[in-house]
Structure formats: structure tokens, C-alpha cells
Design a protein around this ligand. Sequence first.
Ligand SMILES: Nc1ncnc2c1ncn2[C@@H]1O[C@H](COP(=O)(O)OP(=O)(O)OP(=O)(O)O)[C@@H](O)[C@H]1O
Length: 219
Amino acid sequence: MSEPIPALLLTFTNVTKSYSGRTVLNIPSLIIQPGIHYFQGGNGSGKTTLFRTCAGLLPFAGQILLDNQYEISRDPVAYRLRVNYAEAEPLYPGFLTPRDLTYFVGETKRAPDGQIDELSEVFGVDQFWTAPTSTFSSGMLKKLALLLAFLGRPRVILLDEPLTTLDRATAGRLFDLIRRYRAEQNVTFLLTSHQDVTLSGLPLTGVWQVGGGSISAVG
Ligand SMILES: Nc1ncnc2c1ncn2[C@@H]1O[C@H](COP(=O)(O)OP(=O)(O)OP(=O)(O)O)[C@@H](O)[C@H]1O
């Protein structure tokens, strides 16, 4: 009996992204299947640009389609409800607290009952729940950004440098959570890291090299 063909998840067609006329990404065709994908590349190779484009935060040319159905510019709300993103270097208005941000994002992402309490404990954000983010260390900001990226019922979570500044215990809990959301909720993860994620024990579906504007499969 032949193997079932996995569902298409994200399809990029003729995607180009330029800053002031300088092309940083040029992706004629790329298909990301469900799973956990690791994007490698040197400084300035285009990983953050790829993730921000995929998250719908940057204008670009071409088409990115989710589940053969949702296109960023045609279905902005439906697409953004399903694609979550944690910035490499998160910054928030300094007067806001994790409680403010989490309830706001949780409402827009339609977080199920109990999810906010659970995630705030997993990431230890409950320990500085009502403190203004202006007082946070970079690791505390990172924990908050990761919490926000798991809210709702996403199909895809993009994590840009999730390990930077994260303490070792929280990194372990993050990997456990990734495994659980993958297994129980069929969430697909796209990760970047300058640390070697292949050593994390995560079951990687794909490893990709970003460089020279293009993206190629490794191995
Ligand atoms: N807002 C911007 N305006 C102009 N150029 C930009 C902008 N953001 C990024 N770039 C350029 O785009 C290229 C890719 O940057 P990007 O941040 O995507 O790389 P990266 O792979 O995430 O790098 P790093 O590993 O250092 O975080 C770089 O040459 C950078 O200078």
C-alpha cells in the first residue's frame, strides 16, 4: 500500500522581498510540509525577513498560501489567526504588563479557556505577571514573546531565535511544549537558531539553508 501524501501546509510561489530595491529573498517555489522545520543561515542571510514575511508583517511580491486556502493579503484575518510568530528580539510598549499583553493577544487569537494560565506557568511569566515590561531583562521579554506565540489554535508557529537569552530550564520546557503542540494539536513549527537545534532531540521534519536570497533543503 502506498504512503498517504501529506497535506500541503505553506506554499510559497514567486515570493520576493526587497528593502529599498535590494532583493533579500527570492523564492520561486517552496513547499513546507507539516512538521518541525529548522532554518539555518549566517547573520544577515534573510531568516528574520523570511519569518516576518511569512507572518504577514512585511509587504512582499508573490504568494504565500496556507493549507491551499488562506492567502495573507486576501484573507488577512483568517491567515493571522492561524500563523503565530515570536520575534527574535521582542520589544513592547514599556508600560504594558504580561497580563495586559497576554489577555489582549489571547482575545485576538481566540485562546481557549485555561490556555493563558497554563502557558504563563510553563514559561514562568506568572512570576512577573503584573510588572511593566520596561523593567524586564532580555530573557523575561523572550519568555513573554514565546508565551504569546503559543496562544490560540495556530496551524503554524514561527519562532525566530527562541533560545537566545532563554535559561536552560525554560528551554527544556519550550522543547517539551513544541513536542506536545506538534503531537496533540498538529501545529507546524518553523525555527531559526544560531545554536544547533539538531542536537535538541526535536523530531525535525526539514532542515533548510537560507543564503544568497534563496532557501534550499539540507541533506
Ligand atoms: N528594515 C530593513 N531595511 C533594510 N534592510 C534590511 C532591513 N531588515 C533587514 N535588512 C537586510 O536584509 C538582510 C537580511 O536580514 P535578516 O534580518 O533577515 O537576516 P537574518 O538571517 O535574520 O540575520 P541574523 O542571523 O543576524 O539575525 C540583511 O542584509 C539586512 O541588512
